[in-house]
Ligand binder design. Structure first.
Ligand SMILES: *Cc1c(COP(=O)(O)O)cnc(C)c1O
Length: 422
């Protein structure tokens, strides 16, 4: 592979052309292993950013893609429909919380968020109420596009630079009470205040249920989410759950909303939807939201991307959801959680570690100081694992199929690398 060309000409996520860091050449991937060009096998701790829940090159998913390629890879979705989309949307309606029954298929997580926010705005447009604001919490992450950036943490994120170009929404303090902590009612006070002060201009609340992902890997108390739902109900404000990272079993429930026994008015899914094979996302809405959106002046929902409902992506997503429906994800994720509780607690004793936390198949080690990216990345690869930290966070969310000895190798590598970098 021409790594020099890569370094000189290709942008990777959040990289510089002035000071490009070298990338590792992966030539194939199987199960929980990434294989580098020189034959090195790395145990994958990232699931390619939450997505490859069944592992790489899964025979069922690969076969589904091949079969669909022989039928058609793509066809426009305007005025045309196809079996992979119908089957997928049926599964999504069945698997998500009950009142969600209308599905909008989109291209990526960020677009699913744009679609959700547009639905909320159109909903209030139909009702002829001027409600231009969204309320969310700090440390959130909702994507890279403009509307998604505008509800992502304004100060601690990659996007603070864009502040002057974005519509200003309302940010309440993020939850402090951890998932396993005892609930303290004052944890919700700031959110309640911001909500009440602004409620007549609020279109919706948008929040990542239970787990705040790229904005800080924070795992918060289900009662916080319950309170959000109660307030939204009381004042008729819509609730958008961004389940793009948490959806499809990652937190131990099929959807993280289930931890709080609530259902949103609008829900975004993405990342693991195709088992990590390709990009696809969906925004689901209740009948009430969908019908209100469509009952206004425009007479329809105003969105329709070129590659909407891509049959190839839908076919693989069907296969992935099929595996979840018949599969062992629940016991796999429970076993991962149990093992993380033990093995991360050990890491918590290192003096450069500030906090360790876990939920489902998510493990987080928060350090006192930011990591030195180039050197720590190299140390992890030398230890035989793929872990990609950011800032003060070293975290893993491995494929659900990881075996106990492989998970131990991952957590021991973290222990060893952090111990050596003190
Ligand atoms: C990753 C992520 C997004 C954005 O998805 P992309 O596919 O990267 O556009 C949005 N919300 C959450 C919670 C995410 O984790």
């Amino acid at each position: 592979m021409n790594l020099e060309f890569d370094q000189q000409h290709i942008w990777h996520p959040y990289t510089s052309t002035l000071n490009p860091l070298p990338c590792y050449p992966v030539s194939r991937a199987n199960g929980v292993y990434l294989e580098l060009e020189d034959g090195t096998q790395l145990i994958d701790g990232m699931s390619s950013w939450w997505s490859t829940i069944h592992g790489y090159n899964h025979p069922v998913l690969t076969q589904a893609a091949k079969d669909q390629l022989d039928q058609m890879s793509h066809v426009m979705f305007g005025g045309i429909t196809h079996q992979p989309a119908v089957e997928l949307c049926k599964k999504l309606v069945e698997m998500t919380p009950a009142p969600l029954e209308h599905v909008f298929l989109a291209d990526s997580g960020s677009v699913a968020v744009e679609v959700a926010l547009k639905m909320a705005l159109q909903y209030w447009h139909t009702k002829q109420q001027h409600r231009p604001k969204f309320l969310t919490v700090r440390h959130g992450y909702h994507g890279d596009t403009f509307a998604a950036m505008s509800v992502t943490d304004p100060d601690n994120s990659m996007h603070s630079l864009y502040k002057g170009f974005l519509p200003e929404h309302i940010f309440a303090n993020s939850p402090e009470c951890g998932f396993f902590d005892e609930w303290r009612e004052d944890d919700f006070e700031d959110f309640r205040q911001q909500f009440i002060e602004n409620q007549t201009s609020l279109a919706a609340v948008i929040i990542e249920p239970i787990v705040q992902g790229a904005g800080g890997m924070r795992l918060y108390h289900p009662t916080f989410l319950k309170r959000v739902r109660e307030l939204c109900d009381e004042f008729g404000v819509l609730l958008i759950a961004d389940e793009i990272a948490t959806g499809f079993g990652r937190t131990g429930k099929l959807f993280a909303c289930e931890h709080a026994q609530i259902s949103p008015d609008i829900m975004c899914v993405g990342k693991a939807l195709t088992g990590g094979y390709m990009t696809l996302s969906a925004t689901l809405a209740t009948k009430h939201v969908a019908d209100t959106v469509c009952g206004g002046e425009a007479g329809c929902f105003m969105h329709g991307p070129t590659f909407m409902g891509n049959p190839l992506a839908c076919a693989v997503a069907n296969a992935s959801l099929g595996l979840l429906q018949q599969g062992d994800w629940q016991s796999q994720v429970a076993a991962i959680e149990e093992q993380l509780a033990v093995e991360l607690s050990d890491i918590g004793h290192l003096e450069n570690v500030k906090d360790v936390r876990w939920l489902g198949a998510i493990g987080v080690v928060e350090l006192h100081q930011p990591v030195e990216m180039a050197s720590i990345q190299k140390a992890f690869v030398e230890a035989g694992v793929w872990v990609r930290p950011f800032g003060r966070l070293v975290y893993i969310m491995p494929p659900f199929i990881i075996q106990p000895n492989e998970l131990t190798k991952l957590t021991s590598a973290i222990y060893q690398v952090l111990d050596q970098s003190r």
